[in-house]
Structures are given as structure tokens and as C-alpha cells.
Design a protein around this ligand. Structure first.
Ligand code: ADP
Ligand code: ADP
Length: 229
């Protein structure tokens, strides 16, 4: 059963300017799909519709067969975890920043999430561990470390669906490779949708959807798309 369905979705931010022109695609449960396309194609817009920051003008979006306009904001938030491009951390402890994703997260759950995000070697080196303050007056984390905290924050919610919105595009190439390896592991056994503007960052996807100007223009595996280029 497909887990994420876009069914003829039409959307524009302003009434006279359509951004998504009847977008349709299906991501089967457990698959790792990616959406690529040039800047302005509508990739972030489709992610915003999935979270219901906006609703389509027409068409439907289904998660596990349910129209998302019919589910509560709370259950939508519980079913989708997002790793954004630039994660905002609070000026608080690492533990707080990870646990923030879920009310009442226990220390064990925070540690498990940190392990999943490969954060433990960093935390182990800190005298105060998870109680280390980060941010303006605390420890300055590198871009890659911040992304690991963001990944842990997502993992602590254990969401069945993962959306990676340009999750590595702000990082240098080597850090990007490290984080991609972590994300690949994290996406296993989940349904995932990675938004990217370069094919190189989504080589692991089961299927790649190429969108341009709010329309699906082709789809295929990484190898198929490279052959067609
Ligand atoms: P991508 O993520 O593929 O780069 P976006 O979904 O961000 O593309 O943008 C698609 C189009 O929608 C662009 O033309 C962009 O300028 C426009 N757009 C994005 N966000 C807004 C907004 N909040 N209000 C108006 N137009 C927007
Ligand atoms: P993201 O960083 O998630 O891709 P942004 O909201 O920063 O999304 O913007 C994506 C694109 O949409 C950018 O090209 C930006 O210029 C454009 N955009 C954002 N807000 C507006 C807006 N209110 N009106 C027109 N274009 C917008």
C-alpha cells in the first residue's frame, strides 16, 4: 500500500500564480524516494503541503491511505519527521535539543536517538555529556554536528515517514558524505522522501522523481536517469 500519495495536486501561494500543476506520485511504504529538480521547481513547496503549512487548491495528499486534510495536526506531526537544511538549535543542552522533538522523552530514548545519529562519540568526549550547553554561550557545534543533533531530534519521535529537505546541502563535501551515510542508515525500514537539487546526494534512493516547474517530468533509478542525461 502506498504510504505517501500526491493525487493531482494543484497549488499556488497567490491565486494568479500556480506553482504545482497537478502533481501526482506515489511513494510505497518502506521505500526511499527522492525528489530532484532545479531551484524554484516546487520541491520545498510540496514538502510544505505534506506538513499542511498550506493546503492544495485541488487534488489530495494521502498518508497511509488517509487524506491529510482529515487527520489532526498532532498525528501528522507524529507520523512525519523532517531533517531540514539548516537546523535551529536552542541555547540549551544537547539533551534538551534532542528531546525537544517529543514530550517526556526519557534519557534512554535520547541516548538511543543520539546513537542512531552517530552522535555518541561527540557526546562521550564532553565532560558534561548530554548536559553540555550548546549555542551562543555554550559549545559551538560544527555544521555536521548540528545536523546530527537535528537527526537525533527527528529519531526520538520514531516517525514512520522521514522527509529530508536538502538535509546536507549546507555542508562541505566530506561532512556531507558522513551525514549521508548516517541518513541512509536512518532511512532504512522507513518511508523516506529526500529533497535535493543534485543527483549525487540521492544515489541511494529506490526511485527518483524529477520535477520541473511544478510538474513531474520523469522518474527512475539513479542509473536510469544518468543514462538518459
Ligand atoms: P524549490 O524548493 O524547488 O527550489 P520552491 O518550492 O521553494 O522551489 O518554490 C517554487 C516556487 O514557489 C518558486 O517560484 C518560489 O519563488 C515560489 N515560492 C516559494 N515560497 C513562496 C512563498 N512563501 N510565497 C510565494 N511564492 C513562493
Ligand atoms: P527553502 O529554503 O525551504 O527552499 P524558502 O522559503 O527559503 O524555502 O524559499 C524558497 C524559494 O521561494 C526562494 O527562492 C525564495 O526566494 C522564494 N520565496 C520564499 N518566500 C517567498 C515569497 N513570500 N514570495 C516569493 N518568493 C518567495
Amino acid at each position: 500500500k502506498p504510504s505517501i500519495v500526491f493525487d493531482d495536486v494543484v497549488f499556488g501561494y497567490e491565486p494568479d500564480r500556480t506553482i504545482l500543476h497537478g502533481l501526482s506520485f506515489e511513494v510505497p511504504a518502506g521505500e526511499a524516494f527522492a525528489v530532484v529538480g532545479p531551484s524554484g521547481a516546487g520541491k520545498s513547496t510540496l514538502a510544505r503541503l505534506l506538513f499542511r503549512f498550506y493546503d492544495p487548491q485541488s487534488g489530495r495528499i494521502l498518508i497511509d491511505g488517509q487524506d491529510i486534510s482529515q487527520v489532526t495536526q498532532a498525528s501528522l506531526r507524529a507520523s512525519i519527521g523532517i531533517v531540514p537544511q539548516d537546523s535551529v538549535l536552542f541555547n540549551d543542552t544537547i539533551g534538551y535539543n534532542i528531546g525537544y522533538g517529543r514530550d517526556g522523552a526519557t534519557r534512554e530514548e535520547i541516548e538511543a536517538a543520539a546513537r542512531g545519529a552517530s552522535l555518541n562519540s561527540l557526546v562521550a568526549r564532553l565532560p558534561k555529556g548530554f548536559d553540555t550547553e550548546v549555542g551562543e554561550r555554550g559549545l559551538k557545534l560544527s555544521g555536521g554536528e548540528k545536523q546530527r543533533v537535528a537527526i537525533a531530534r527527528t529519531l526520538v519521535k520514531n516517525p514512520p515517514i522521514l522527509v529530508l529537505d536538502e538535509a546536507t546541502s549546507a555542508l562541505d563535501t566530506r561532512t556531507e558524505q558522513d551525514i549521508l551515510a548516517t541518513l541512509h542508515r536512518v532511512a532504512e525500514h522507513r518511508t523516506s522522501l529526500s529533497i535535493a537539487h543534485r543527483l549525487s546526494t540521492i544515489a541511494d534512493a529506490n526511485r527518483i522523481l524529477v520535477i520541473s516547474e511544478g510538474r513531474l517530468v520523469e522518474s527512475g533509478t539513479h542509473a536510469q536517469l544518468l543514462r538518459r542525461d
